[in-house]
Design a protein around this ligand. Structure first.
Ligand code: F6P
Length: 547
């Protein structure tokens, strides 16, 4: 089978390599010194976001060459194909129409009409729970909503619900359960009353082990509290593309909210999968979130590549992964409520673009999806930032910050923002040996101490980052931010010629999971399995013998 290389697609590859090499003898600090206008030149504002990418290893020529890559990949046409519902998910032969979930104005297409009708029905449900009209089996109003789902049926809703904490209406408390580890559902249910709890069973496929097992546990818990089978409709709602399976599972047909095959799970938070968000912040705020995403969709479709936020986010990652030799990227939101963003983006980026074959199934020999990691600032500063500053690995970073806070402690927000800027500044400028020595002498260190300590205090600097700033963290800006990352992922998929919308890599683990479970249940462990797996099963079986 032929192996695909990036120079097979891009005729300016040697020029790009030459430009990447050029950064070996030039620093970002020098680039700023040479160009007073650098920050303005390499910043874009759109859809409520300000994207400053000036602290990256780029210049006019690099941008031109990267734009040429996007042109050769036919990115603009690929965006049209995505939006109009072409089967961009070619291995599953279907569209990836998440943009249809957040259209502006009256619904036009068949998909938009289905979305509109479902969101309207969802709005009624939320109103009736919020107003207390919807009652639990003992006639009490619902106080708590628990979303049971995993992956795309959990991370997006969980991340947004947390991010929009200042917008919570307080009508109900929203909780999340994802893990097959019974500890999670146990912890959540321990603090709740079944009579006043509504469960949302969220599963696009309605066949995910974790979600089905957790739902059965929840069902038993409601019944054991005294409810009858006929009461369950008051406590269980489902969101799925397999409506029949949800009904078969025991969910009342009226309580099943559809999603569709043309939406990928990790792109589905704008649909009824976003129900927990709407329960927490109200349907109006949920619609504002969708509107923010729609504004970013319009920008992605209309802005020229060199002024296009998601396209540039993708091109920069391509530049770092495939030409500058980085393996990972860090997402550092300087906003406590955005603490789940890195976890959400791990699925979005790594499940979408962690691929080793092209769209046509040819092997590829270039790096695709890079590892995404991070946590909220300033917490990360006191754990892994040491490696970012002085480690041997270079990690491109997205800093995300808000200009204004929702809380009353302005002075703390000032420290937060200042720390965010100071981190990117320190990574950029670094501290050279001469400066480290001068500083030590100024602190009264002896010459012996200077010689012993100075190299430890050197920061290489020249480490790249982008900063995304929004006025406040509100539904519209959050929607735009998420959509920007969704489109960044698609941009990369197009540049790498891979399908960002399938996830065959999760299948083998699931299959072997069922085989191992059977082996534990039957105590019949195949002799040809590796000895490590055999030994560990034996340990588990022995430990659980008395149960
Ligand atoms: O196992 C991976 C995955 O299929 C994800 O792609 C998906 O978001 C998650 O599982 C949950 O799937 P479902 O919504 O069908 O339960």
């Amino acid at each position: 089978m032929p192996t695909k290389r990036l120079p097979d697609y891009y005729n300016n590859w040697s020029k790009l390599e030459e430009l990447a090499n050029g950064w070996k003898s030039k620093t970002l600090k020098q680039a700023f010194e040479e160009d007073n206008n650098r920050a303005d030149r390499y910043s874009i504002s759109a859809a409520g976001l300000h994207y400053d990418f000036s602290k990256n290893h780029i210049d006019e020529e690099t941008l031109q060459q990267l734009t040429a890559v996007a042109e050769q990949a036919n990115l603009k046409n690929a965006i049209k194909k995505l939006y109009r519902g072409d089967h961009v998910n070619n291995t599953e032969d279907r569209p990836a129409l998440h943009t249809a979930l957040r259209f502006n104005g009256e619904p036009q297409t068949e998909e938009q009409q289905a979305v509109s009708a479902t969101l309207e029905k969802m709005g009624h449900l939320i109103d009736s729970v919020h107003s207390g009209e919807w009652k639990g089996y003992k006639g009490d109003r619902i106080t708590d909503v628990v979303n049971i789902g995993i992956g795309g049926s959990d991370l997006g809703p969980r991340m947004v619900t947390k991010a929009l904490t200042p917008f919570h209406t307080g009508h109900v408390k929203v909780h999340f359960v994802a893990n097959i580890d019974g500890a999670e559902i146990h912890d959540v249910m321990s603090s709740l009353n079944a009579e006043t709890t509504l469960f949302l069973v969220a599963s696009k496929s309605f066949s995910t082990l974790e979600t089905l097992e957790n739902s059965l546990t929840a069902r038993r818990w409601v019944l054991e509290s005294g409810a009858q089978e006929s009461d369950l409709a008051k406590h269980f709602v489902a969101i799925s593309s397999k409506v029949d399976k949800a009904v078969e599972f025991g969910i009342d047909a009226d309580n099943v909210y559809p999603i569709w095959d043309w939406v990928g799970g990790r792109y589905s938070l704008w649909s009824a999968i976003g129900m927990p968000i709407a329960f927490a912040v109200g349907i109006e705020n949920f619609n504002k979130l969708r509107a923010g995403a729609a504004a970013m969709d319009a920008h992605f479709a209309e802005a020229p590549i060199e002024r296009n936020i998601p396209a540039l986010m993708g091109l920069l990652m391509f530049w770092y992964s495939n030409l500058m030799g980085t393996d990972t990227q860090a997402i550092l939101p300087y906003a406590y409520h955005m603490q789940m963003l890195p976890a959400y983006l791990q699925q979005l980026e790594m499940e979408s673009n962690g691929k080793s074959v092209t769209r046509d199934g040819e092997l590829l020999d270039y790096q695709t999806g890079s590892i995404v990691w991070g946590t909220e600032g300033t917490n990360g500063q006191h754990s892994f930032h040491q490696l970012l500053h002085q480690g041997t690995t270079v990690v491109p970073i997205d800093f995300i910050a808000t200009l204004k806070a929702h809380h009353p402690y302005d002075h703390q927000h000032k420290f937060l923002f200042a720390n965010c800027l100071a981190q990117s500044q320190a990574l950029l400028t670094g501290r050279d040996l001469a400066t480290a020595e001068t500083e030590l002498r100024a602190q009264g260190a002896s010459e012996e101490e200077v010689a012993r300590l100075a190299t430890h205090k050197v920061h290489p600097g020249n480490r790249p980052s982008s900063t995304i700033v929004m006025d406040t963290l509100k539904p519209e800006t959050l929607g735009a931010l998420i959509a920007a990352y969704e489109h960044k992922v698609y941009t990369l998929g197009v540049l790498w010629n891979i399908n960002s919308y399938d996830q065959w890599g999760v299948e083998l683990g699931k299959l072997l999971g069922t085989h191992v479970t059977t082996a534990i249940d039957t105590t019949d462990v195949p002799k040809d399995w590796d000895s490590s797996t055999q030994n560990l099963i034996k340990r588990f079986t022995e430990a659980n013998k008395k149960l």
